[in-house]
Write a protein that binds this ligand. Structure first.
Ligand code: CDP
Ligand code: CDP
Length: 228
């Protein structure tokens, strides 16, 4: 039976899960297939972290007030069907995805005021248009009314292999995979409190799936939503 959604609100499809489970690339493709927009909530936490890191490199001294003040440099720009965070009005994609930000982002993401800031930006991006949003708590905390909620998981070895393949453009060695697994598991632990699987979410293990397979599955779930 199709899920029902409130037709007075724009459609929200929420895709959550741990690092490198496939959320952002899947969300972007689902949004393109449905002709709607993609919002990457993790990119906002990365942008706030990068803004703070430019001012204060030692994250052990960061306070919520200082991160929130630094985050005022972040804006969201709609581009190519997604929203790209800008820092002081300029794109900073490599900085946002780099090791310095990735290894510190959980510190900023644990701060309640930073979460409220990110959630307000995400809700405002989703207010006027149907969207596919991805993150850790989109279906549980930010959009509990989302018409479709998916929680992606994948084996840590496979998540590490995918991240490295994406980063280096070649199959990683077993030693590289082992080091990346340790980094992913460290971040899983650091993010545990803010990674909340929504009750009723459809859990998809992507370990043995192709990107096309998981996209088709979520597109089918979205097309099954009864908005009449
Ligand atoms: O792509 P990956 O899963 O590695 O990371 P991301 O989605 O870009 O998210 C970066 C970080 O932002 C995560 O490690 C979390 O600390 C934080 N995050 C969060 O707390 N809540 C979200 N909804 C999304 C991301
Ligand atoms: O957003 P998140 O960190 O959860 O993962 P991602 O950046 O979307 O995906 C990490 C990498 O896994 C990307 O290069 C995807 O193309 C790849 N991948 C996937 O998402 N799903 C598969 N079934 C196979 C590979």
């Amino acid at each position: 039976m199709p899920a029902t959604a409130d037709p007075s609100r724009p459609l929200v499809i929420a895709i959550d899960g741990p690092a490198a489970s496939g959320k952002s690339s899947t969300a972007k493709r689902v949004a393109a297939a449905l002709g709607i927009r993609h919002v990457d909530s993790g990119a906002l936490y990365r942008a706030a972290t990068a803004a703070m890191l430019r001012l204060v490199p030692d994250e052990t001294t960061w306070t919520e007030a200082a991160v929130l003040a630094a985050a005022q440099a972040v804006t969201l720009e709609p581009v190519d069907g997604t929203f790209r965070p800008l820092l002081d009005g300029a794109a900073a994609e490599a900085e946002l995805r780099g090791v310095a930000v990735t290894s510190r982002v959980s510190v900023a993401a644990r701060m309640p005021g930073v979460r409220a800031w990110a959630n307000a930006m995400i809700r405002s991006a989703a207010a006027a248009h149907p969207v596919v949003v991805d993150g850790r708590d989109m279906g549980s905390v930010v959009f509990p009314e989302a018409a479709v909620k998916v929680f992606l998981v994948a084996d840590p070895q496979e998540r590490a292999r995918r991240r490295l393949l994406e980063r280096h453009g070649r199959e990683p060695s077993p030693a590289e995979v082992a080091a990346e697994v340790a980094e992913l598991v460290r971040r899983d632990v650091a993010d545990a409190a803010q990674t909340i699987e929504a009750p009723g979410a459809v859990r998809i293990d992507t370990t043995g799936l192709t990107p096309e397979g998981q996209v088709e599955r979520i597109v089918a779930l979205a097309r099954g939503v009864d908005r009449s």
